[in-house]
Ligand binder design. Structure first.
Ligand SMILES: Nc1nc2c(ncn2[C@@H]2O[C@H](COP(=O)(O)OP(=O)(O)O)[C@@H](O)[C@H]2O)c(=O)[nH]1
Ligand SMILES: [Mg+2]
Length: 400
């Protein structure tokens, strides 16, 4: 699972990334601070199953707080994209390629309208963030189109000579960097009603439609409306929701989330990422620090119930990609050989089966798969059983 943080410069991508990972990265009020992508581990929240078994879990990775399991996910923060990125503007091609493997994108926009199209900061309200919503999609779609068309002439000639060449297979090879499979191409062609028989006759417009549809399916976008703490931002947020009714918008203040997580790390406050409240536990903070926290409470948490960072990450994995969280466990006990209770949680694609789960743990386990147990019901289930979110599964295999 790889979540890509994207957008033009100065919208707060690195702040979002740092808040999510607590990795020290450069944050600055001038464009192109980030050139090399930042890679790190963030977390998504899953309701832990341990209390159903009256147990306390001991996570090997991530952590569990108040019954909520924070499961690791990979996050990448790429350099800011500017219009024309797909043609190489502002090193755009290179930055786009950093996103090849991303499963889902969080588009961080400056909803206060302070950053112009190049990411230069000005007064709030000086720029319309609606432009950014359109611009990013165009860049991504054109990027896909570019890859799709690379070698198109050669491919056309090949298909003219050999009628047996399967277009979906050929395109999938070309689009392999995005993880596009032949079945996905078949699906898209069917939906767009584009005949597979003679691809050499496809028009430029049809190629564009194909690129756009493949991009949508392999790089879905959530929009984090960042800097919601700035006056005037809320009005922009409400307006954009009306202007783009089918889009996902989440009010967000990455700077607030970062401040809260850092304060929690210093044990000044108790705060669990994603929560609507925090509690001050260290009374020795100075006046400025207390004022800062009060600002966040009043202008972000009380208004929106979350800073938006954690919720957007959760929604990207569970609402958008519809992933499910699976807990390995045994019917005779939930511990591993070291006595750790429910040490792991696996994030799996929708539709995953017991066999897929066994494969994810170890290919040998899958090869020798006999059956599995649904640990809650203690029922035996087969390899082809489709897993549900928060299933607890024991694999029984002839492999040691
Ligand atoms: N008011 C406000 N400023 C923010 C927020 N997030 C980031 N910023 C500021 O926006 C500027 C650009 O941030 P940065 O994370 O470097 O942006 P990037 O270029 O998109 O990576 C910095 O001055 C940040 O402090 C936010 O939630 N609220
Ligand atoms: Mg940055």
């Amino acid at each position: 699972m790889l979540i890509g943080i994207v957008g033009k410069p100065s919208t707060g991508k690195s702040t979002f990334f740092k808040a999510a990972t607590l990795i020290n990265v450069e944050i600055a009020s001038y464009p192109f601070t980030t050139i090399k992508p930042n890679h790190g581990t963030g977390f998504v929240r899953v309701e832990c199953v341990d209390k159903e078994f009256n147990k306390q879990c001991n996570p090997r990775t991530g952590y569990c707080e108040k019954g909520i399991r924070y499961v690791p996910v990979e996050i990448i923060d790429v350099a800011g994209l500017v219009p024309g990125a797909y043609e190489g503007k502002g090193l755009g091609n290179q930055f786009l390629n950093d996103l090849n493997r991303a499963d889902v994108l969080i588009h961080v926009i400056d909803i206060s309208g302070s950053a112009n199209e190049k990411g230069e900061l000005d007064k709030p309200g000086s720029y319309d963030p609606a432009n950014d919503v359109r611009f990013l999609e165009i860049e991504l779609d054109m990027w896909y189109l570019g890859v799709l068309k690379k070698g198109w002439n050669k491919l056309s000639r090949k298909m003219n000579q050999d009628k047996e060449v399967q277009i979906s297979e050929q395109l999938a090879i070309q689009l392999d960097v995005f993880g596009v499979k032949p079945e996905l191409i078949d699906d898209v062609l069917e939906e767009l009603k584009i005949p597979k028989l003679d691809p050499t006759k496809w028009t430029e417009e049809q190629l564009k439609q194909i690129a756009t549809e493949l991009r949508k399916r392999t790089k879905p976008i959530l929009i984090a409306c960042n800097k919601i703490d700035i006056p005037g931002a809320h009005e922009n947020y409400e307006r954009l929701k009306k202007e783009f009714p089918n889009y996902y918008f989440k009010p967000c203040s990455a700077e607030s989330e970062l401040a809260l997580r850092e304060a929690a790390k210093k044990t000044w406050i108790k705060y669990n990422p994603g929560d609507a409240v925090f509690e001050i536990i260290n009374k020795d903070m100075n006046e400025k620090q207390i004022k800062g926290l009060e600002f966040i409470k009043k202008n972000v948490l009380e208004k929106y119930k979350t800073t938006g960072v954690q919720t957007t990450l959760d929604d990207s994995v569970f609402d958008f990609l519809k992933y499910i969280a699976i807990f390995p466990g045994g019917i005779k006990g939930l511990g591993d050989k070291n006595g750790n209770i429910l040490p792991d949680v696996f994030l799996m694609k929708p539709g995953s089966t017991v066999m897929d789960f066994a494969n994810k743990i170890h290919t040998d386990l899958a090869k020798g798969l006999l059956y599995a147990y649904d640990v809650r019901t203690k029922m035996k289930i087969k390899g082809e059983y489709r897993l549900k979110n928060r299933d607890v599964i024991e694999i029984v295999s002839s492999a040691k």
